[in-house]
Design a protein around this ligand. Sequence first.
Ligand SMILES: Nc1ncnc2c1ncn2[C@@H]1O[C@H](COP(=O)(O)OP(=O)(O)OP(=O)(O)O)[C@@H](O)[C@H]1O
Ligand SMILES: [Mg+2]
Length: 227
Amino acid sequence: MNETIFQLENIHYGYVDGGKKRVILNGLSYDFEKGRFYTILGPSGSGKSTLLAIASALDQPEKGCIKFQGEDIKKLGYTKFRRNKVAIVFQKYNLMDYLTGVENVETDMMISDKKAPGNRKELAYKILATVGIVKSKADRIVTNLSGGEQQRVAVARALAKDVDLILADEPTGALDTETEKEIISLFKTLAYEYGKTIIIATHSDDVARQSDTVLRLKDGKLVPVEK
Ligand SMILES: Nc1ncnc2c1ncn2[C@@H]1O[C@H](COP(=O)(O)OP(=O)(O)OP(=O)(O)O)[C@@H](O)[C@H]1O
Ligand SMILES: [Mg+2]
């Protein structure tokens, strides 16, 4: 019953730097399963952020193919894929500073083509409550929340999109150990109770230890790490 939901096939990507080409992803392939929690480890500069940018269609590979539920995302349309199929969480929360928590979450409901049923604001409060942000905090301008709380709002935004694939680039990089634990347990809930596929790039061995599959980005390829 291990359903493949997201596939990277023979991905090649590089940057031209000082007139010289530097290969970052070199024939990278991997199949990700539904409802599974993955972490990607790798030293600084190995290409984790580059890989996540390509996986979320913020950038396109030079060669290779990305499939969501068996369909090439190029055929599906990159914008459509980004809007409706994938959500991204970044290290620095990526919130709209001048809005409240609940307004940030509502924005994502408006972006998605899948219109949320019923009262949008009500649903936004509900989603925020599931990540531990009560109404009084949800009504605050987000810069007046702690780092951990802002990251919860960022996770709530990903939830508001109601997509099956969540990518995160060092989502706990700016948080203390205790808050890191809480955010990771939130991601686990999303995987195991909501069936979402979670892929997190991280420097933290603690985070990696808690995931179902640890992958190492090495020489432009993803290599599974034996636990
Ligand atoms: N726009 C760019 N132009 C040229 N080189 C780039 C560009 N973006 C990234 N790079 C280089 O590509 C390599 C991979 O960068 P990337 O940000 O993907 O690494 P990373 O694994 O996410 O690192 P970190 O752990 O520090 O976040 C680095 O050497 C980086 O300097
Ligand atoms: Mg990075």
